[in-house]
Design a protein around this ligand. Structure first.
Ligand code: ADP
Ligand code: MG
Length: 693
């Protein structure tokens, strides 16, 4: 239950004065629907109205603030003309200009002879000073009403800065005095202010420098948020650890059989992570573990090896891939090996329907199928296992924490392994997967050839095509990846189709096209043609991004590479590392190319180390981009920014772990305060979800 002290902050925004139903919708889109959401809407700029030089020294285009006397009114001659009022401050005259004046309110607001303090932008027009529609006009007797520094917020059409300022200040008035949840010693050491004071200052910057994310004030707020995140994940993790699971300990007979038929020896890294996974599987608590390994590091065999533990114990295992193509690819390689050792597998995707599906489900329910491979179709309602003991999700980074949970609910005390090929920087592992144990394959199988990456402008496309013609004649296959345009499938598609058509002029029937708008079956058919070598060049949007394996494809051309995230480029490039021949990748960019973009492309050229690339991407573009989940329910921080607050995250992570060891039920005064923190940052939801799971 949310502590009552926080109720005012979690009221709906229309409980604030001045928020009607239309305005409410606008505000909701901009910040959120709760009062507290306004508080996290931090300023992006400020207008300094402190400049009070005499009018004679006012500067064109600058904000000027000062006391003036009203000299005379000049109403417009026609409706088209503006209303003008002459004012002066003893050094010079200024013309106030108003368009669309109704009634006589303006006469009342500016009585001739009266003194007012005004503020607005100065323009010099025909040699005289003008100000159209002053931003502020206050009585000379009430100078305190002039906001000398005006905080500027990110806005949206229909929400003015004045209104937003007013509402945010109202929201602020509801902030109670909250007990301090930070460690006292740490707080003094950091010289941070209290939460409330920090929040106040964050909304009242005095200088532009105070808008930077690394001011003490913003760091305090970021730390609070990160601490809430780390604390909730640590609590969940602790709970999962206590959940009873069942031990899949066994004699390893099946694994020995598999080893005997494997065409290669496992790398040290593969052996190590298998042991790490098994230490969980063999224990009697439930496993929740993340396995990271770069593209081509050999995660599939790790998955299979560990699934055999469930099978040998007489239970079932399942592996889920994000697309049908990948599920089929998994099915192919896993089934080939399983056939050799007498293990029954099956593939279940959305495509498998009717009678076949019914039969398959029967086999699954009576336990004839040992290992099920599929897409998320595998977790629909009607799929019932006889006894699922172990579920693996491949490329899980595309899904959120909550989907992860629905998984473990399928099985009876099911162990869960999440595999991802996106190298994830440490900070993101902590924030997105902090509820899980963590293994990493940090070594590629021997004999992998490096990929040579070149970076060149799109204007040289003809040279690239010429080189490609020669290359394809030698039996090599190639991918041609078309640009991502504002993440819109439609536009991506037209770019890809156009390129496909122009390449068809040159390569004829050797070139194929694959894109996200095609039906799965069509996609699979094209992919099959490419795998079989009937197609030599495959033009695509980013659908080939993950996992696809075609050993003869060792060349990749990426158009407008500057529009892709580094992690994504890395994934794409990983496709051409599977062959016997060294790969080559051409990153083509369009103009104008920003410095950051150039830097990013150079990083791609300089290294193939996915973890290095991911760290770089995080620095340059932020977390959501690295995970490829900008919109998909991933933990988007309100205040914290991992590209600047990474150091705080590590501290918060330790802080949370240490504290929970001391005060596991959050009973002490600090513990109680931390509970409030969890609710303040809405981490209670995470904890609730896990309770349900
Ligand atoms: P990913 O981690 O990208 O899913 P895969 O599991 O698809 O990688 O493995 C990529 C390729 O490497 C496959 O063809 C697989 O058979 C091969 N492979 C896996 N482990 C080894 C190993 N230890 N030695 C040699 N080849 C391996
Ligand atoms: Mg894989």
């Amino acid at each position: 239950m949310r502590p009552s002290i926080l109720y005012p902050l979690f009221a709906q925004i229309d409980t604030l004065t001045g928020v009607g139903s239309r305005y409410r919708a606008l505000l909701e889109n901009l910040c959120g629907n709760k009062v507290v959401d306004l508080l996290w809407h931090l300023p992006s700029g400020l207008v300094d109205r402190r400049c009070n030089v005499p009018l004679a020294q006012a500067v064109d285009g600058r904000i000027w603030t000062g006391k003036v006397r009203i000299v005379e009114h000049a109403p417009p001659k026609t409706k088209k003309h503006p209303y003008r009022i002459a004012v002066e401050d003893g050094t010079d005259q200024l013309i106030l200009v108003f368009f669309k004046v109704f009634g006589d309110s303006i006469v009342k607001q500016f009585p001739v002879g009266a003194e007012k303090i005004i503020s607005g932008k100065i323009e010099i027009f025909n040699g005289s000073l003008q100000m159209s529609h002053p931003d502020y006009v206050v009585d000379a007797a009430k100078p305190e009403q002039m906001p000398l520094i005006e905080t500027i917020y990110p806005l949206t059409a229909g929400v003015t800065n004045k209104m937003l300022n007013r509402q945010i200040m109202q929201a602020f008035e509801r902030v109670p005095n909250l007990p301090e949840w930070l460690d006292e010693h740490f707080l003094t050491q950091q010289k941070w202010l209290s939460f409330k004071e920090s929040l106040w200052q964050a909304h009242h910057p005095q200088t532009l420098a105070e808008l930077e994310p690394n001011t003490p004030v913003r760091r305090r707020l970021a730390y609070d948020e990160l601490l809430a995140n780390q604390l909730s994940l640590a609590i969940v993790r602790g709970r999962l650890k206590k959940q009873k699971g069942r031990s899949l300990a066994n004699n390893g007979v099946l694994k020995e059989k598999l080893r005997a038929v494997l065409p290669f020896a496992l790398t040290n890294a593969q052996q190590r992570v298998i042991a790490e996974i098994e230490s969980d599987l063999f224990s009697d608590y439930r496993m929740s573990r993340l396995l990271q390994g770069d593209v081509g590091s050999g995660k599939t065999i790790v998955a299979l090896m560990t699934m055999l533990n469930a099978v040998e114990c007489g239970h079932q295992a399942a592996i889920m891939a994000p697309t049908e193509i990948l599920a089929e690819q998994h099915a192919e390689s896993i089934t080939e090996l399983c056939d050799k050792i007498g293990i029954k597998t099956a593939l279940l995707t959305g495509n498998i329907k009717g009678k076949t599906r019914k039969l398959l489900l029967e086999e699954l329910a009576n336990g004839n199928i040992d290992i099920l491979i599929g897409t998320h179709a595998l977790f629909t309602e009607d799929v019932v296992f006889k006894d699922l003991a172990y579920a693996i999700v491949d490329e899980q980074h595309r899904f959120g924490v909550k989907q992860r949970l629905s998984l473990s609910q399928k099985g009876n005390l099911c162990d869960v392994l999440v595999m991802t090929a996106t190298p994830i920087p440490r900070t993101l592992v902590l924030t997105q997967f902090g509820d899980m144990e963590y293994s990493k394959i940090d070594e590629l199988p021997a004999g992998r050839k490096p990929v040579t990456t070149t970076v060149m402008p799109l204007s040289k496309i003809n040279n690239v095509v010429e080189a490609l013609v020669r290359k394809l004649q030698t039996g090599t296959q190639a991918y041609w990846v078309c640009p991502l345009v504002e993440e819109s499938e439609k536009i991506d598609l037209s770019a890809a189709t156009e390129r496909f058509e122009s390449l068809q002029q040159i390569f004829g029937t050797d070139v194929g096209l694959i894109h996200g708008k095609m039906k799965e079956a069509e996609k699979n058919a094209v992919m099959e043609e490419f795998k079989l070598g009937h197609l030599k060049l495959l033009v695509s949007t980013t659908v080939i991004e993950v996992g696809v394996n075609v050993p003869r494809a060792t060349v990749m051309i990426i158009e407008h590479a500057e529009r892709f995230g580094l992690a994504q480029l890395h994934q794409l490039r990983g496709r051409i590392k599977r062959g016997s021949e060294a790969g080559s990748c051409v990153l083509m960019y369009g103009y104008p190319l920003s410095n950051v973009s150039r830097e990013r492309l150079n990083t791609m050229k300089a290294t193939e180390d996915g973890f290095l690339i991911a760290e770089e991407d995080l620095k340059l573009r932020g977390g959501g981009e690295v995970l490829g989940t900008r919109q998909s329910g991933f933990n988007n921080f309100k205040v914290a920014d991992l590209s600047v607050h990474g150091d705080l995250l590590l501290t918060a992570s330790k802080d949370a772990a240490l504290w929970l060891r001391q005060d596991p039920n959050l009973q002490t005064p600090r513990g109680q305060a931390l509970r409030i923190l969890l609710y303040l940052f809405e981490q209670d939801e995470v904890i609730q979800t896990y309770k349900a799971g």
